[in-house]
Ligand binder design. Structure first.
Ligand code: AMP
Length: 191
């Protein structure tokens, strides 16, 4: 029988970082919708930035409409720009730092969908904290068309220059499909 104390903790809450743009490729918006629906189907809670725009809005709507639990964290000064998704529980905060910290504390893993500078900033912070052994939560980049390949190339570039240990590449997953992403999370349905 497996020793449960040596098993990684079950993933209950997944923090999703993703773009806030409504005008990106339809395939990215569609990926966010399918990913949100899958979170709900697997009984996992979505933790995210709280907005109703772009991939953020799609993932939250799909999780909520699929019967899943959602927690949004919205800085007050962004309320108008990112349009708080009112149908799900959300916490209002004053700063980006508070938002990111709550998103970190409330989740067991991070999934990074296609996004811009904001998405990168959030994902790289979690990577850097992992590099400093401040957490051991899984970080998975998910895209179906190689969107994140240039980012992995950049990380390899830092490895090649002996600026990042080669072993760190193993700490980050480049998932090419939703199935691959959940396989990497070691996820099992609760129901
Ligand atoms: P983007 O990928 O640029 O569309 O941004 C995605 C999300 O990241 C948006 O909700 C932004 O508000 C958020 N974001 C941008 N910069 C930061 C930051 N420094 N800290 C936390 N969230 C951020």
């Amino acid at each position: 029988m497996a020793d449960s104390s040596s098993m990684p903790p079950a993933i209950r809450s997944v923090c999703v970082y993703c773009g806030s743009s409504n005008t990106t490729k339809p395939a990215y918006l569609d990926l966010a919708t399918r990913f949100g629906a899958e979170l709900a189907a697997r009984g996992m809670r979505l933790v995210y930035g709280g907005g109703a725009v772009g991939l953020m809005g799609r993932v939250a709507k799909a999780t909520h409409e699929g019967g899943g639990e959602v927690l949004g964290i919205m800085p007050r000064f962004l309320e108008r720009r990112e349009i708080t998704y009112q149908d799900v529980p959300h916490r209002m905060v004053d700063t980006m730092h508070e938002r990111k910290h709550i998103m970190f504390e409330e989740s067991d893993a991070f999934v990074v969908l296609p996004g811009g500078i904001g998405t990168l900033e959030e994902a790289v912070e979690m990577l850097s904290w992992k590099r400093l052994d401040l957490h051991r939560k899984p970080i998975i980049f998910l895209s179906e068309d190689g969107f994140w390949t240039p980012f992995f190339t950049l990380m390899q570039h830092t490895v090649d220059a002996n600026l990042t240990p080669a072993s760190f590449q193993d700490a980050v997953v480049d998932a090419k499909s939703i199935d691959e992403c959940f396989a990497a999370l070691g996820a099992r349905a609760r129901v």
